[in-house]
Design a protein around this ligand. Structure first.
Ligand SMILES: [Zn+2]
Length: 263
């Protein structure tokens, strides 16, 4: 960790509420230690979310926003961290992607909404993003020092500084990739939330396979520097994710999925 990162981490964690606390996480079903209070987490998410909205812009189509909000509200009502106030927004971006921020902020790109052929498919993506928040994946990443990006973003935005190297805050927030185990945990939790909210959880599989095919098609036909495989970039390990979802849905995965899995 370089000195600047270390100082940012200290500045972030030593703010009011920055003491070690133990907490039973309902999502992960584990006793977890954290340095970040929920208030601090919500504040960091709120600051970055505001910047995302400024940078990318929310889609003006109110019916589209309402559709995503209504699906999100149903899932938030049954998720493992109901004490948070969740917000759902569709951002003006044609890339097929979605992302969440700590504290309850979920964003879906317009491009992804268009790709989803049903509310169930859209709900699968939103449930996965909610699960990253309920399991506190982003918070754990910056507390462990592995992923400093969110912390840096929060500090930079908080100080109203310009972001280095011309990368917008929104672009950086949208490109945070989680670890493999976080992705698989988010998928398993997503299945649970989808079922509890009355959605067809199997739609996660069709949408994952659709997105996987999309990324592969882009990679096959276009030079990598022209089109980045966005969903593959922020949500890798698709064959393993398909297997995790199948296990959560049916209790067992197809033999072929084991063969396709790298480990
Ligand atoms: Zn994810």
């Amino acid at each position: 960790m370089n000195p600047i990162c270390r100082n940012l981490l200290l500045a972030f964690l030593l703010l009011p509420g920055g003491c070690v606390r133990s907490n039973f996480n309902l999502a992960t079903q584990r006793e977890e230690f954290t340095l970040t209070s929920t208030e601090r987490e919500v504040e960091a998410g709120r600051v970055i979310a505001r910047r995302v909205e400024e940078d990318l812009g929310l889609v003006a189509d109110e019916s589209l926003q309402r559709r995503v909000r209504e699906i999100g509200d149903k899932l938030a009502a049954v998720c493992d961290r109901r004490e948070l106030v969740y917000s759902f927004g569709v951002v003006s971006d044609e890339e097929v992607n979605a992302f969440s921020l700590p504290g309850g902020y979920v964003f879906v790109n317009e491009g992804l909404v268009k790709k989803a052929s049903s509310d169930d498919e859209l709900a699968g993506v939103i449930a996965h993003e909610i699960a990253h928040i309920t399991a506190r994946h982003a918070v754990k990443r910056y507390e462990s020092g592995i992923g400093m990006q969110l912390l840096q973003l929060a500090t930079l935005v908080g100080r109203q500084s310009t972001v280095a190297k011309g990368l917008s805050v929104a672009a950086q927030a949208a490109q945070l990739a989680y670890a493999r185990q976080d992705e698989l945990e988010a998928d398993r939790l997503a299945v649970k939330y989808l079922r509890a909210a009355g959605f067809n959880a199997a739609a996660m599989l069709t949408f994952l396979e659709k997105l996987h095919g999309l990324d592969r098609k882009k990679l096959r036909y276009l030079p990598r520097h022209i089109v980045r495989p966005q969903y593959a970039l922020t949500h890798p390990f698709v064959p393993e994710r398909v297997r995790a979802v199948k296990e959560a849905l049916f209790g067992v995965a197809d033999y072929i999925d084991y063969l396709n899995s790298p480990d």
